[in-house]
Design a protein around this ligand. Structure first.
Ligand SMILES: [Zn+2]
Length: 310
């Protein structure tokens, strides 16, 4: 219980959209008709925050509900489930995983009893198979008791790259799009046709430093596509949702990735080393992102390895 109480203190409710609904301290915010999300905190996962560091949420149709990312622990998945039940008693027919990262999928088992379809990118199963053992070891340590109940569940409905698929929640169509390698090699976005709401998964980070686990070139290309979609509201993977006329989030992400790429290319052209790159590239970005020190060097390393073979 003390975990839950300390978790309550993490709840953030500064948001320009509509109502803020609390379920036992777990807060979801309504961003459009029938669309709610919980904003993850800008922290690393801990037992106290239950791993609730990514944005997760749900969309309610006339027949059923789709969950979009299930949380960073079984406990968060349960809280999200309760938050759904505060809004509707309709069945939960889909759990959509935007990608494999633990803060987005460790809550999946909390929805197992609803017998939803688990939906992901066509490459999600391979990513899960190669990482789940490592995730289990790492996150059982990181989350402690909050890890209890976690199960890795294979997606049974897969979305092919460049072949977007529509699912229907009852007078509510969601367009699911699978991307080529960007944040990861299996990023999936969800677009609610009724309200023009785009759920980006981790193809967009706001406030928190992006984590590169795919391709810097691919991610920069994907931003070009995503930032120009006809949307009303955007829900990023991390950070607050926003109205689409505000392009700051996309611009900041593009600036960070472009700066990293340009400066690494200069070092590679001068026959410089990866150590030189991690020491000097894009250090001017430090003040602009939460958790910069935790991810920036890793991003440089990943980008360097990609760019040195161009
Ligand atoms: Zn991610």
């Amino acid at each position: 219980m003390h975990l839950l109480i300390s978790f309550i203190t993490l709840v953030v409710s500064s948001f320009a959209f509509a109502s803020n609904v609390q379920t036992e301290g777990y807060s979801v915010q309504r961003v459009a008709d029938g669309i709610y999300y919980h904003q993850g905190s800008h922290e690393e996962a801990t037992p106290e925050n239950l791993g609730a560091i990514a944005n997760v949420g749900f969309i309610i149709g006339e027949d059923c509900v789709a969950v979009i990312d299930s949380g960073g622990s079984f406990r968060e998945g349960k809280l999200l489930h309760q938050a759904i039940r505060q809004q509707t008693s309709l069945p939960i027919c889909y759990v959509i995983n935007t990608h494999v990262h633990p803060d987005h999928i460790l809550g999946n088992a909390a929805f197992k009893a609803d017998h939803p379809k688990f939906v992901g990118h066509e490459k999600l199963p391979a990513a899960l198979a190669s990482r789940q053992q490592h995730f289990a070891k790492q996150f059982s340590q990181i989350l402690g008791d909050a890890y209890q109940g976690v199960e890795f569940i294979d997606a049974d409905t897969l979305i092919s790259i460049d072949s977007p698929q529509t699912i229907d929640l009852g007078s509510r169509e969601l367009l699911l799009t699978a991307y080529t390698t960007a944040h990861t090699d299996h990023d999936l976005t969800v677009y609610d046709v009724n309200t023009s709401t785009l759920w980006t998964g981790d193809l967009l980070f706001v406030e928190r430093i992006p984590a590169l686990d795919g391709s810097i070139n691919g991610w920069i290309n994907a931003i070009d596509t995503l930032a120009n979609l006809d949307t009303e509201v955007v829900i990023p993977g991390h950070g607050p949702a926003f109205k689409s006329e505000d392009s700051t989030g996309w611009k900041n992400l593009l600036r960070y990735l472009s700066t990293v790429r340009e400066e690494i290319r200069l070092i590679i052209n001068d026959m410089g080393t990866i150590e030189e790159a991690t020491a000097s590239v894009a250090t001017q970005e430090a003040e602009k992102w939460k958790l910069f020190e935790d991810y920036h060097r890793r991003n440089i390393t990943a980008a360097f390895v990609e760019l040195e073979w161009e």
